[in-house]
Design a protein around this ligand. Structure first.
Ligand SMILES: Cc1cc2nc3c(=O)[nH]c(=O)nc-3n(C[C@H](O)[C@H](O)[C@H](O)COP(=O)(O)OP(=O)(O)OC[C@H]3O[C@@H](n4cnc5c(N)ncnc54)[C@H](O)[C@@H]3O)c2cc1C
Length: 419
């Protein structure tokens, strides 16, 4: 490829594929590069547990999920909102529905179904996919460089470049964050990658670890500082996993980084107020075992009882008032978060001051960035994929404008009938 007529999108995750959608729909010839042998590996992993595409909550509350970056996301989401995403999916032939929790899922399609239709649609528009091409930075000419599977270094002259290289969790999906050093070498400021939406580590006794790994603790309320989350938690060999743990993991991580104590409290009986719980515990005659009594009197499960025994002294368990206090507010000694590689997402990456409002790198004009490679984090619930789709869409709009092509005023209605 000698002429500079084409645009290069790098990374075949949701952000890169959305960018390729916008650019190809505007009529630009697009080449998309991917280090793995196929597209959307992390998207497929996300689909394994029920693909939560976005959330139905109101715009203000939605933007607030992006924490420190809420203000930035308020503007970004106005450019490509959850409703726009659902409309675009409908155009692709994928209907969505809102679950009881407000989360949005595909109605009849799986993640592989969506990926297949999407890639076929892009192929029909002439988007050229280059798998096993690893982005290696830029040549002196400014053209992106790719290491091919044959070990050849390919220079690809392009009118514009859009990087959508993902974060740094689940590196086996291709999102290994190794691109960060290449951008840092060009003077781009990045925040170090940190785990987000991850499990926590607890130094369980050998007895508890071997007997209770994999066992659920149902319907808990977790509190850490002024944050709280409810739901089921799973005991693992290393500590605790599950939705409420992930929801608090950013707060826990930040405290650990400051060497501050982590006040993570579990309410094991969130349906019973402390006073009523204490009254019930005082009815114990002392003849039956405590485990049996708690099972009958307050429906405490085996794993929850064993967790109490793991953390509290026998004296504390014998005293109804103290036991009630622990049941409502059990301090779990957290020693760490689980490693970045295991986290659902990552914080860190290209900071927002490094990019323009339309997501072009200030230090590398003509190079746009999108998706999880930007330094933002959000809880699970569809906010991660929405963030990737939104930034992919807007970075592509920015690239169109930069190339002098008028971006479409409306989000693209990508039709599977496109030819
Ligand atoms: C277990 C799990 C479950 C999840 N569930 C959900 C969910 O239900 N809902 C939700 O909203 N989010 C979920 N997520 C998060 C979501 O999948 C990610 O936020 C999203 O995939 C990020 O999209 P992206 O395009 O920015 O990056 P990625 O999907 O990570 O894509 C980046 C692409 O760039 C490629 N790449 C990287 N470096 C190079 C290079 N040097 N050269 C060429 N290519 C490169 C990678 O191989 C990858 O294909 C889940 C994640 C995990 C791990």
């Amino acid at each position: 490829m000698k002429d500079k007529t084409r645009v290069a999108v790098v990374g075949c995750g949701p952000a890169g594929l959305m960018a390729a959608t916008v650019l190809s729909e505007a009529g630009l010839p697009v080449d998309i590069f991917e280090t793995k042998g196929s597209a959307g590996c992390k998207f497929l992993v996300a689909g394994r547990g029920g693909l939560n595409l976005t959330h139905s909550e109101q715009a203000e509350a939605f933007a607030n999920r992006y924490g420190n970056n809420a203000e930035i996301f308020r503007k970004l989401l106005a450019g490509f909102s959850p409703d726009d995403l659902r409309a675009w999916l409908r155009g692709l032939g994928v209907e969505t529905f809102v679950g009881t929790s407000g989360r949005v899922f595909p109605r009849d399609a799986t993640a592989p179904d969506i990926l297949k239709i999407w890639i076929e649609t892009l192929g029909r528009r002439g988007v050229v996919f280059h798998y096993r091409h690893r982005w290696q930075g830029f040549a002196q000419t400014g053209a992106p460089l790719f290491l091919t599977e044959n070990g050849v270094l390919l220079e690809f002259p392009a009118r514009g470049v859009l990087l959508a290289l993902g974060g740094a969790s689940w590196p086996q999906t291709g999102s290994d964050g190794s691109w960060a050093a290449l951008l840092a070498a060009r003077g781009v400021h990045l925040e170090p990658f940190r785990p987000a939406n991850c499990g926590v580590e607890v130094a369980w006794s050998e007895h508890f670890r071997t007997r209770f790994s994999g066992k659920p603790l149902k319907n808990l309320l977790l509190r850490c500082g002024d944050r709280q989350a409810t739901g089921d938690v799973v005991v693992t060999a290393h500590g605790l996993e599950g939705g409420p743990v992930y929801a608090l993991s950013a707060v826990i991580r930040d405290l650990l980084e400051k060497n501050s104590p982590v006040p993570l409290f579990l309410d094991l009986k969130r349906d019973l107020p402390l006073e009523r719980l204490r009254e019930r515990l005082e009815r114990r005659s002392g003849k039956e075992s405590l485990a049996n009594f708690l099972r009958k009197a307050i429906h405490l499960t085996g794993p929850a009882y064993s967790l109490l025994r793991e953390i509290c002294s026998p004296e504390e368990l014998r005293n109804p008032a103290v036991l009630a206090g622990h049941l409502k507010k059990l301090l779990v000694p957290i020693i760490n978060t689980r490693p970045l590689a295991e986290a659902i997402s990552s914080a860190g990456g290209v900071t927002f001051p490094e990019v323009t409002a339309d997501l072009m790198l200030r230090k590398l004009p003509g190079v746009f960035v999108a998706g999880e490679m930007l330094d933002w984090e959000a809880p699970t619930g569809g906010y991660l994929l929405q963030g990737a789709f939104t930034t992919g869409y807007l970075a592509a709009q920015g690239l169109l404008e930069w190339l002098g092509q008028t971006p479409r005023p409306q989000p693209p209605g990508c039709s599977s009938q496109d030819s």
